[in-house]
Design a protein. Structure first.
Length: 77
């Protein structure tokens, strides 16, 4: 594996990196690797449930989607 050495990083950035790493339960070095991976190879945007629902066409009436009350089948005890 290659090594990457970065010079002249602001102290504030180093503290933020260490804080984020601590919150995520990883080393600062691992957190740095994760940030680089995400920045250079972003995952395609995944739609949220809200986004999927907003794309649904506004068709039909509320009554079309009402649940039928079903109390189950009668049984002999």
């Amino acid at each position: 594996m290659a090594e990457l050495i970065v010079h002249d990083i602001d102290d504030d950035l180093v503290r933020e990196l260490e804080s984020r790493a601590a919150r995520n339960g990883v080393s600062a070095e691992e957190q740095h690797r994760q940030i680089l991976r995400e920045a250079l190879h972003p995952i395609a945007h995944r739609k949220t449930l809200k986004e999927h629902l907003q794309q649904m066409p506004d068709v039909g009436e509320d009554e079309d989607f009402e649940r039928i009350r079903d109390y189950g089948r009668p049984i002999d005890l």
